[in-house]
Unconditional design. Structure first.
Length: 230
């Protein structure tokens, strides 16, 4: 009877429709428009790297099965550039390797405006070649509102966003309208939520909170800068 139970369990795991080998395809979209100066760029880039290797985020990634990650920088209407192409993360070593690559990355653009519609379209197309995962999320950071090309509404209308959640990380300080823009125009899809950072000095903590919630599938946020999660 024990042998029969084990055999049936193994067969069930191999059947089509069994649990996905990837629970989340996550895209991080980082703002490198002209409003982001060099100091702020490094705070953002290094903040993402540090957030990825924080103990809470590593635990969230490794305890429940692997996730797929891709990272790109965005600014003007045709200025989006992949920093990290799709990679599967399931171990501390794999996560630390991505963080190391981020620390060594060079800024792709620096003198272009804020084209969030184009940036979101780029992210949607990047998700089209992601590994097959249970959830698909774009995590977009920014410190300003769309001022180049079409806005998020048209991106969601004309690009493949079915089943995709877009969460926001609004960096406060450069533009007083950024919070409202993200809350009412950028957020999209099931369970979408917004985090905020008090300037780029608060970016790392905000990104840690955001990654932890996305990876753990925790969607509640009060839209204000918060203390790090317990």
């Amino acid at each position: 009877m024990v042998r029969l139970f084990v055999s049936l369990t193994l067969c069930a795991a191999l059947l089509p429709g069994a649990a996905s080998a990837c629970r989340l395809a996550l895209v991080l979209a980082l703002d490198v428009s002209s409003s982001v100066d060099e100091t702020e760029y490094f705070l953002q880039r290094d903040g993402v790297a540090a957030a990825l290797v924080s103990e809470d985020v590593i635990r969230a990634i490794t305890q429940d099965g692997p996730i797929a990650l891709a990272i790109y920088e965005w600014s003007g209407r045709r200025q989006s550039s992949i920093v990290q192409d799709w990679v599967m993360l399931g171990t501390r070593t794999e996560i630390e390797a991505v963080a190391t690559r981020l620390y060594g990355a060079e800024r792709s653009y620096r003198r272009f405006p804020t084209a969030l519609g184009f940036a979101l379209g780029f992210g949607a197309e990047l998700l089209q070649r992601a590994p097959s995962c249970d959830r698909r999320v774009i995590d977009v950071s920014g410190d300003g509102v769309t001022n180049d090309g079409f806005g998020p509404f048209y991106a969601y209308k004309h690009f493949p966003f079915d089943g995709v959640t877009v969460n926001g990380l609004a960096v406060l300080g450069a533009d007083p309208a950024v919070m409202e823009h993200f809350e009412f125009e950028v957020l999209h899809g099931p369970g979408a939520f917004l985090e905020a950072a008090e300037g780029y000095e608060g970016y790392q903590n905000a990104m840690e909170r955001k990654l932890f919630r996305e990876i753990s599938d925790r969607i509640v946020s009060d839209l204000r800068p918060q203390k790090p999660y317990p």
